[in-house]
Ligand binder design. Structure first.
Ligand code: AMP
Ligand code: MG
Length: 335
């Protein structure tokens, strides 16, 4: 349904013509969320270099945890701006991009992408979508766009603009500023996610591109394609193994009111005396999510030998933050 086709008042749905795409690109550039079609499903996009915009994705979807997000780029050349292109990754890009394949690669050290898109990992999943509108939006915005499926967490992925409008809040309630309507998606299945950080392709999530197609393209030169569950601990991290997400190397103490000797204090809220850094002086959980991984990295690199974190309320993105902190506070032995 397009705006001219009688969308409800307040709907963000617009036709994906040149004006709609320009409007959506501008919204992305100003830090707003935009739902857009790809060949797989409709994505909920944000400027992947903007911590706050990326945090809004998690907030709008109501995700209970920080699963890493796929970053959409126009082509393989752009990938080198953000990731180290392994030989296996290069081969997969050449064979399948643009298309329904997301490739997990090591982040470049000077990477401009928000750490939140990687959920603190030192890898990033990149994909070049094969859809005229998705491509046009990426080029018009000139941004890498982080985009999971444009639905509330736990609901079905949207394959039409109307599904997005029905699932997410309107633009005045924090939902996407624009929903670009280009009809139904052709693939209708999420992209296949492949880890290409090493020299074996590991399927982290099955999707729109089959294992057989990947094997045929590799022609045996990288050994058999594996599924993440066949690899086990120590292998590439699958979505189901996210308990092993980024944790600081230093001991982490939760629910701290003040710092003890040798601790840097990560604060939250207006009342955080002695905090080394503050996730959100305003007590805003979305702002705290935007800062979480960068601040943990900074404290891990700082002079204090240990890190203490003040209590984060279990509301809004606070639940996902606490989920992540509890995992990070566990020692290796607990995992
Ligand atoms: P969605 O955003 O819902 O399409 O899901 C994206 C999928 O890609 C999830 O299963 C993530 O766990 C996976 N993913 C994204 N980035 C990474 C990464 N850096 N490492 C491993 N898996 C990833
Ligand atoms: Mg999804």
């Amino acid at each position: 349904m397009t705006a001219s086709g009688g969308a409800p008042t307040g709907s963000a749905v617009v036709a994906a013509d040149a004006a709609g795409i320009a409007h959506a690109a501008e919204a992305l550039r100003s830090g707003r969320l935009v739902a857009f079609p790809t060949e797989t499903v409709y994505g909920l996009g944000a400027d992947a270099t903007n911590d706050t915009a990326v945090a809004e994705i998690y907030a709008v979807k109501g995700r209970p945890d920080f699963n890493p997000l796929i970053v959409h780029i126009p082509d393989a050349d752009t990938a080198a701006d953000y990731a180290k292109i392994t030989p296996l990754g290069r081969l997969l890009m050449d064979a399948f991009w643009p298309g329904p394949l997301s490739i997990v690669l090591p982040r470049r050290a000077d990477c401009r992408l928000s750490r939140l898109v990687s959920a603190g990992l030192d890898t990033v999943a990149l994909r070049a979508p094969a859809h005229d509108v998705g491509q046009a939006l990426l080029r018009a915005s000139d941004l890498p766009v982080a985009a999971p499926s444009a639905n509330r967490s736990g609901r079905m992925s949207p394959t039409q603009a109307g599904h997005v409008a029905a699932s997410l809040p309107g633009p005045d309630q924090g939902g996407p500023a624009v929903i670009l309507d280009a009809g139904a998606c052709t693939v209708g299945l999420e992209s296949t996610v492949v880890d290409a950080t090493g020299d074996q392709a590991v399927i982290l999530r099955p999707g729109g591109l089959s294992r057989e197609d990947i094997e045929a393209a590799l022609g045996g030169s990288y050994g058999p394609v594996a599924d993440a569950h066949e690899i086990g601990p120590g292998g590439p991290r699958s979505p189901g193994m996210l308990a092993r997400h980024y944790a600081p190397a230093k001991p982490l103490r939760l629910n701290a009111e003040t710092a003890e000797d040798g601790e840097a204090l990560l604060g939250f809220g207006p009342d955080a005396p002695g905090a080394t850094l503050n996730l959100s002086a305003a007590g805003n959980t979305t702002e705290a999510a935007a800062n979480l991984f960068t601040m943990l990295h900074d404290l891990d690199a700082g002079p204090a030998p240990a890190i203490a974190v003040m209590p984060i309320p279990d509301r809004g993105l606070g639940r996902a933050i606490n989920d992540r902190l509890i995992r990070a506070a566990r020692t290796e032995d607990d995992e």
